[in-house]
Structure formats: structure tokens, C-alpha cells
Write a protein that binds this ligand. Structure first.
Ligand code: ADP
Ligand code: MG
Length: 255
């Protein structure tokens, strides 16, 4: 009789020897990183560690000098940005990219329905409305659905944009320092939003704000000079002498 194999966790993302040189300077240096399906991972590291460059390579904005990025087993390194996005990598940028003059609802509808024909029937319209309502609920903006996006607070715009990325149903959601410039209250609400999204999405968060990292962190990866310095729980990495050293070092360099 066949017995069921233990359910193996599947790797959704893996980088192998990933290197990015800018005129000889290695922003990423043989980075080996992997992420399992369903994970919520936080990547931290001092300024200049290579965090943004890492996301830029994952999304195809920057091409690696050497190494590979495997997403669901497929090599992304030769693909264009829009091809990577179609494969299921969704990125929320640091600065909001919402349509200021459209309402919150209209912004979400556009992301859910870039091709108007699909939802043009009566049933289709009802379906679109229901999907939009559910997204509004998720991002906590149900009561502001008719407000122009341009009138939202900084934090609310960020939530709207997270909603717009989720609307595209990505298999991997990338968030780059999304709480920068938010109030403490907005930051905390964003943490709750990310934790609720993590129940049904694989999420990679690049972050600087340590209070926020503590709130959402499960496994943390510390980047330093373009490669992985260490990985572990928030407490593990916070107390790791190598991490303390690189953070103090970058602080000293700034002052
Ligand atoms: P982080 O997001 O961790 O602060 P970045 O990925 O933005 O770090 O940058 C890593 C390093 O690469 C920095 O030293 C930065 O100056 C350098 N760098 C980033 N982008 C470029 C570029 N387009 N040209 C030259 N150097 C760059
Ligand atoms: Mg950065």
C-alpha cells in the first residue's frame, strides 16, 4: 500500500551566487537566498547592504552580472520586468503609484480589471464589485472607497497600493520599506495588514524600521555587503554580535 509522503515545503524562490556589479562595485556579492512557499520573510541590513538592488534583480529591473534567480523553478534572469510580473511576482514600490484623481474604488477596479471586456456583462460587473469590496475590507479602506486617492493620508495611499498589487493575485509579494514616513499608528496597522495577507500569500519584506520588524518578523535574513550575514528569529539576529557590529559600523560611518 502506498503511504502519503510527508508534505514537503516547496521553495518558491532561490538565488544562486547572485552578483550585481555597478562599475566593479558589487552591490550583491554571490548572494544565496531561498524562500519557501507561504513564508513571511523580512530582510534587513544597514544602508547600502544591497536590499533594494536585491528586489530590483528579482523583478528584472536590474540584470545580474552572474548567478541565477529561480522562481517556481524557472530562471528569471533573462526575462523582462513585465514577463516576471505575469509569472506572479508583485512588487510594491517605496513611493505610491496610485492614480491621484481616481477614487480608491476606481484604482482597485483598474488593477482587478485592466481589460475592461472581461467584466462588461451585468454578472461581470457584480463580480468586480464584490472583489473590490473584499479588497477594500482587507486594506481597511471600505469607508473611503469614494474618496480621491490624492486626498488619502500617506499611510492610506500605501495600503491602497498594497491592495492594487494584491488585486493582481501575485504568488510572491515584495514590499520595499513600506512603513517609511508612516505614523506609529499607521505602521502598526500595516503590520496587521501584512500578517493577515501572510495567511494566503508568500511575502518578502525589506525593512529598516526595527519596531516594525519586531512586530511582523518570523524568520529574518540580514544582508551585509551584498550577501547573507545571518538568518534566524528576530531575537537571534538582534543578539548576534556580527549584526550588532555591522549596524554600529554603519551608524558610526554616518555620524
Ligand atoms: P540598500 O537598499 O540596502 O540601502 P542598495 O541596494 O540601494 O542598498 O545599494 C547597495 C549599494 O549599491 C550601495 O552602495 C549603492 O550606492 C550601490 N548602488 C545601488 N544602485 C547603484 C547604481 N545604479 N549604480 C551604482 N551604484 C549603485
Ligand atoms: Mg534601499
Amino acid at each position: 500500500m502506498l503511504t502519503a509522503a510527508p508534505t514537503a515545503t516547496r521553495q518558491i524562490l532561490q538565488t544562486q551566487d547572485l552578483t550585481v556589479s555597478f562599475d566593479g562595485f558589487k552591490a550583491l556579492d554571490r548572494l544565496n537566498f531561498s524562500l519557501e512557499e507561504g513564508e513571511l520573510r523580512v530582510v534587513i541590513g544597514p544602508n547600502g547592504a544591497g536590499k533594494t538592488t536585491f528586489l530590483d534583480v528579482l523583478t528584472g529591473k536590474v540584470k545580474p552580472t552572474r548567478g541565477r534567480v529561480l522562481f517556481k523553478g524557472k530562471d528569471l534572469t533573462k526575462l523582462k520586468e513585465h514577463e516576471i510580473s505575469i509569472l506572479g511576482v508583485g512588487r510594491k514600490f517605496q513611493t505610491p503609484r496610485v492614480y491621484q484623481n481616481l477614487s480608491v474604488r476606481e484604482n482597485l477596479e483598474l488593477s482587478l480589471n485592466p481589460d475592461k471586456r472581461v467584466f462588461s456583462t451585468l454578472l461581470g460587473k457584480k463580480h468586480l464589485r464584490e472583489k473590490t469590496d473584499a479588497l477594500l475590507e482587507t486594506i481597511g479602506l471600505s469607508r473611503k472607497d469614494r474618496v480621491s486617492a490624492g486626498l488619502l493620508s500617506h499611510g492610506e495611499k500605501q495600503w491602497l497600493e498594497i491592495g492594487m498589487v494584491i488585486a493582481q493575485d501575485p504568488d510572491l509579494l515584495l514590499l520595499d520599506e513600506c512603513v517609511a514616513g508612516m505614523t506609529d499608528k499607521e505602521t502598526e496597522a500595516t503590520g496587521e495588514l501584512i500578517q493577515s495577507l501572510a495567511q494566503s500569500h508568500t511575502i518578502l519584506v525589506i525593512e529598516h524600521d526595527m519596531v516594525f520588524v519586531r512586530q511582523i518578523a518570523r524568520k529574518v535574513t540580514v544582508l551585509h555587503q551584498g550577501s547573507v550575514l545571518c538568518e534566524g528569529t528576530f531575537e537571534d539576529v538582534k543578539n548576534d554580535p556580527r549584526v550588532i557590529e555591522v549596524y554600529l559600523g554603519s551608524h558610526k560611518a554616518k555620524n
